[in-house]
Design a protein around this ligand. Structure first.
Ligand code: 5GP
Length: 192
């Protein structure tokens, strides 16, 4: 029997909202058959980040070569670095019947929304309880300079107005609750 093609799940929202944490909890549910799309980035690895697990860390030249060869499903510049989704990897996994999660910022999410069929994907926007809460999360988890923190925050404020383009908006008030809501959303869409 032929495998049904996997669902594309776009998880977006401002930097610092907790996409990664929520996504990791969602992925523990093996019944959802999820895999994570590992992105390519020109950002330097943070402490504890692992090549090929968290990101594929590449030089600007390699990244640009991938853009030129049309290897990226989407890409965006974020606070001075580039981030992109390798196209073949996502396609291969979906063809194997896996449901692929893209955890990406809003410009990239918009590109994927415009390039893919509505029946083929779902989009989820994760929002923080408040901007103050987001600021505190960004400040606590990062070892970044003040100007970078400010840039991330300003970007986040602009991004918060884009929620109406998404199928679902999920409030990250508590990670366990938000993850539970996302699991239900995915489950509901897998049954369709
Ligand atoms: P960070 O530097 O915090 O790892 O990532 C910065 C932002 O880029 C986050 O919002 C993250 O979700 C997003 N991001 C990670 N990978 C990709 C990608 O492949 N494409 C796009 N457009 N954004 C990404």
């Amino acid at each position: 029997m032929e495998n049904k093609k996997g669902l594309l799940i776009i998880l977006s929202g401002p930097s610092g909202v907790g996409k990664g944490t929520v996504r990791k909890i969602v992925m523990r549910d093996k019944s959802l058959n999820l895999v994570y799309s590992i992105s390519m980035t020109t950002r330097l690895p943070r402490e504890k980040e692992v090549e090929g697990k968290d990101y594929f860390f590449v030089s600007k030249e390699v990244f640009d070569e991938n853009i030129k060869n049309n290897n990226l499903l989407e890409y965006a510049e974020f606070v001075g670095n580039k981030y992109g989704t390798p196209r073949d990897y996502v396609e291969r996994l979906r063809n194997e019947g896996k449901n692929v999660i893209l955890e990406i910022e809003v410009n990239g999410a918009q590109q994927v929304l415009s390039k893919t069929d509505k029946d083929d994907r779902i989009s989820i926007f994760l929002v923080p309880p408040s901007i103050e809460e987001l600021e505190s999360r960004i400040r606590h988890r990062r070892s970044e300079e003040e100007d970078i923190i400010q840039q991330r925050l300003n970007k986040a404020k602009r991004e918060m107005s884009l929620t109406d383009q998404y199928d679902y908006v999920v409030l990250n008030d508590k990670v366990g609750r938000a993850a539970g809501e996302i699991k239900s959303i995915i489950r509901k869409n897998l049954k369709k």
